[in-house]
Design a protein around this ligand. Structure first.
Ligand SMILES: Nc1nc2c(ncn2[C@@H]2O[C@H](COP(=O)(O)OP(=O)(O)OP(=O)(O)O)[C@@H](O)[C@H]2O)c(=O)[nH]1
Ligand SMILES: [Mg+2]
Length: 234
């Protein structure tokens, strides 16, 4: 087994954010490997990655031919990490919403017997910066909706900042995971929860994106809405 862990970041047009993200990751966790799963961003993202001295040493690129969604990008990254035999993976967004300084907190948690560590914006208070109140209310409403219907007790089920132990990931039926947006985060956690795996939350600070375009859409929210109904009946 690979003694190291890998951070998986899906990207679509995030070239303005990646250099700062990579610097901050290396500062917070010098041993980190980073895998970018890029969906043919036309903004120079793959070229920037390939030009870095760490390319194919600690910085890796999985290129996909077109924009195919966040969920399938993560699933491709999961298979890559399993194949490379990392002991754990961390997932985070490229837009600097997730502070790399929290990486050591996830790693510390992974030293305890836990399979999935959820970074929560809403545990022990609300820690969301630079978001309009409407978006915050939507996110809090979605969290309450997921808790009520699925009975999962987690405070922030749509959070994309989380750590997964690979030995546990191998045991869940990944081919069943179909959601591509926020629903993806809910669905992955639900798989771990149904298998009675060990899940813990840690508080994180979240900051809304400053640059680059949002990929959030009503389609993504709709997909998550119907997924939760499906999980209720499951
Ligand atoms: N590979 C890949 N990455 C994607 C795709 N859609 C979104 N992403 C990435 O997934 C992460 C989360 O997407 P965001 O656009 O930040 O979504 P969000 O956080 O809900 O919304 P904003 O922060 O408001 O933009 C970012 O790193 C995106 O670049 C996609 O289709 N393919
Ligand atoms: Mg974002």
């Amino acid at each position: 087994m690979n003694a190291s862990f890998v951070i998986i970041v899906p990207t679509y047009q995030e070239c303005n954010n990646l250099p700062e993200l990579w610097i901050r990751i290396q500062k917070a966790a010098p041993q980190a490997h980073l895998l970018i799963v890029d969906d043919a961003s036309g903004d120079g993202t793959p070229e920037w990655i390939q030009s870095q001295p760490q390319f194919n040493h600690s910085l890796f690129l999985l290129k996909r031919p077109q924009k195919m969604g966040l969920g399938s990008a993560y699933l491709a990254g999961f298979e890559w990490a399993i194949q490379k035999e990392y002991y754990a993976l961390l997932q985070m967004d490229a837009d600097l919403s997730h502070d790399p300084e929290a990486i050591p907190l996830f790693l510390k948690k992974l030293e305890t017997p836990v399979d999935l560590v959820l970074g929560s914006r809403y545990r022990e208070g609300v820690r969301v910066l630079n978001w309009p109140i409407s978006r915050l209310l939507l996110s809090l409403g979605a969290a309450a909706y997921v808790q009520k219907l699925t009975r999962m007790p987690f405070t922030d089920p749509t959070s994309g900042y989380k750590a997964i132990r690979i030995s546990a990931l191998k045991q869940i039926n990944r081919s069943q995971i179909k959601s591509n947006g926020y629903g993806f985060q809910i669905e992955v956690t639900h798989h771990f929860w149904r298998k009675k795996m060990r899940i813990e939350e840690i508080p994180i600070i979240f900051e809304g994106r400053h640059t680059g375009e949002s990929k959030m859409s009503t389609g993504i929210a709709r997909e998550a809405f119907w997924l939760v109904i499906k999980l209720f009946f499951r």
